[in-house]
Ligand binder design. Structure first.
Ligand code: PAF
Length: 282
């Protein structure tokens, strides 16, 4: 595996691969790799001969007061895992390589679709930061396919919209959420949880599943189901930002004609914000 920090060295390698007709997959990450990321890499292998994993803690997607400074940075360990997984390139640029004109005057890619609701309502500017960095990574790597995890359901939906709207010739693939045996979705932020918070954390997935089961058995009382799940979370010590039932495609409000729904939630346990979702076929 090559570990690359500079854009030029990356470009040279990509030119060689394209000349040989290899397909390229990009897995964008902020590092601190866990089995969720590794499952995306395994999925990437089904789509391309060459795999690039970017490791970049993107400052523009953290609002003031969020955990940018504390976000776990484990580059050496990440490099070892990626090497074992036979990834071709770990691309770990510094901030200047991605934002050469500085953060204040950086070009922003704004996708109006969905940006200010759900997670966007409680994290203003977050998705602009995500689309701004992902568009740069896509321009740099020009992959055939880019992969994201389903845990960040809203993120992948916004990126899909951006890719279509900007006519990027790239396939977006979403890989399934990976979970601990008790159901907690894998996330770099899980390591912030205290022992008692970790014990309470699986209630988030349990609450989503309960809503999912009610929807599968025909309930259309969306507001009632959301309220009951929010009460379950509160009783387990969570402070919820939202819990919402939406159409899986496009995240609009559910209706009689919907056959695939997604139940999404974001909730705080102490100082840790967890997100999760489940897709429900009805
Ligand atoms: O999902 C993440 O880890 C980040 O939002 C991403 C897509 C790597 C952009 O920084």
């Amino acid at each position: 595996m090559e570990s690359i920090t500079g854009k030029e060295s990356l470009r040279e390698l990509l030119v060689d691969w394209r000349r040989s007709g290899d397909h390229i997959a990009l897995v964008p990450t902020m590092g601190n790799l866990h089995d969720g990321h590794m499952s995306l890499i395994a999925l990437a292998r089904q789509h391309a001969e060459r795999i690039v994993v970017s490791v970049f803690v993107n400052p523009t997607q953290f609002a003031a007061g969020e955990d940018f400074a504390e976000y776990p940075r484990t580059l050496q360990r990440d490099a070892r895992r990626l090497k074992q997984a036979k990834v071709d390139v770990m691309f770990a640029p510094d901030v200047d390589a991605i934002y050469p004109y500085g953060l204040e005057s950086a070009t922003t890619v704004h996708v109006p679709f969905l940006t200010n609701e759900l997670c966007g309502a409680s994290r203003p500017g977050h998705f602009d930061g995500v689309t701004s960095v992902v568009s740069r990574l896509l321009c740099l790597v020009q992959p055939d396919v880019v992969l994201f995890g389903q845990k960040d359901y809203q993120q992948q939906a916004i990126i899909r919209r951006m890719v279509t709207d900007l006519c990027m010739p790239i396939e977006v693939v979403t890989g399934p959420t990976q979970r601990d045996p008790d159901g907690l979705a894998l996330s770099s932020r899980n390591q912030y949880l205290s022992d008692s918070e970790r014990a309470a954390a699986p209630t988030l997935y349990a609450a989503l599943k309960e809503v999912g089961e009610a929807l599968e058995t025909g309930s259309e009382d969306y507001t009632g189901l959301e309220a009951a799940a929010l009460a379950t979370l509160k009783a387990a010590g969570f402070q919820a930002d939202y819990l919402s039932i939406r159409r899986a495609d496009g995240l609009g409000p559910p209706g009689r004609d919907s056959d695939e729904l997604v139940v999404l939630a974001a909730a705080w346990l102490g100082k840790t914000r967890l997100i999760d979702n489940i897709v429900v076929h009805i």
